[in-house]
Design a protein around this ligand. Structure first.
Ligand code: ZN
Length: 293
């Protein structure tokens, strides 16, 4: 018997010794059905029901395949490849592959093992997605680590760069948490920019007043300007790096080094910001995934 017009056998996944023939879009797969029933609740139910399951003739010929109407060849190939071959390296999946793969295994209610595998692939290269997409994967497919990763990265993005399409991928709770973090960090940023750390002089500083005055002036013109730049606000780390390379006027080299080594680098505002983001992120994960430890 031949396949209906326009329908073709899959070049790789039509195994003559397969037990059932499936049709996805216009492509026929002939597979051992147990490879699917052991992986997916949806397939397990399809074959376990007996009286309601596929009729005896369905899936036994190219003319009468089992129709899998909700899926695409591109996504179904990812699952079949995973089951029949060695898994790819994470870097060999494109962002579109990973999106399709996640969506498919969710529809088919696949095992946690395969979901964990895809999660690991995404977490190895989270930067190929916008943080809002990671958040969407986390909430839509019930994967807390993806929400956590997405939220941490989202908090690094200025509010002005968040578009409507990003908001639509997040729940209102996630967006509210993001606003809470940004508000707090912005306030913190203004405080850091406007309040130079108290000058502590080295033992050989000859002019404490002039040294302190210039320290404050350079801080204002350096850290203050970089942190509060309306068009391109710098991260704390980036601003500090640039600040260190400025000319410090009457601040002695020894005082400058003392300040960096003993005051700024030991009381990092960036560190405190990081702790705050982590706390909000953990609260969010707890709230959205109460079953998570
Ligand atoms: Zn000094």
């Amino acid at each position: 018997m031949t396949a209906p017009p326009g329908v073709v056998r899959h070049p790789k996944y039509y195994f003559e010794n397969g037990s059932y023939i499936f049709l996805v879009e216009n492509t026929l797969y002939k597979l051992q059905h147990t490879i699917l029933t052991t992986e997916s609740v949806v397939f397990a139910q399809l074959f376990e029901i007996g009286s309601i399951g596929p009729p005896k003739t369905e899936g036994k010929s190219d003319e009468n395949p089992i129709l899998l109407e909700r899926y695409t060849v591109q996504s179904f190939d990812l699952l079949i490849e995973f089951k029949y071959s060695c898994p790819r390296q994470a870097a060999d999946y494109s962002s579109e592959d990973l999106k399709r793969f996640l969506e498919l295994i969710c529809m088919l209610q696949c095992s946690n093992a395969i979901r964990d595998y895809i999660t690991t692939c995404i977490l190895q290269r989270p930067f190929i997605f916008h943080p809002s997409e990671l958040i969407y994967f986390g909430t839509e497919y019930d994967i807390p680590p993806l929400l956590a990763c997405g939220f941490t990265r989202l908090c690094e993005i200025p509010l002005i760069k968040i578009k409507k399409r990003h908001c639509l991928l997040m729940t209102s709770e996630v967006f509210a948490a993001y606003i809470q973090v940004k508000t707090r960090l912005d306030k913190h940023r203004r405080m850091v920019a406007g309040e130079p750390p108290e000058m502590q002089h080295s033992n050989d500083c000859q002019d404490l007043v002039a040294c302190s005055e210039d320290w404050r002036a350079v801080w204002w013109n350096g850290m203050g300007r970089l942190l509060l730049d309306a068009r391109n606000p710098h991260s704390y780390d980036d601003a500090l790096e640039r600040f260190k390379s400025l000319r410090f006027g009457r601040v002695t080299e020894a005082c400058k080094l003392y300040m960096f080594d003993n005051v700024i680098d030991t009381d990092l505002p960036a560190y405190h910001s990081c702790i705050f983001v982590t706390r909000i992120k953990n609260d969010l994960v707890q709230k959205l995934f109460p079953h998570t430890e």
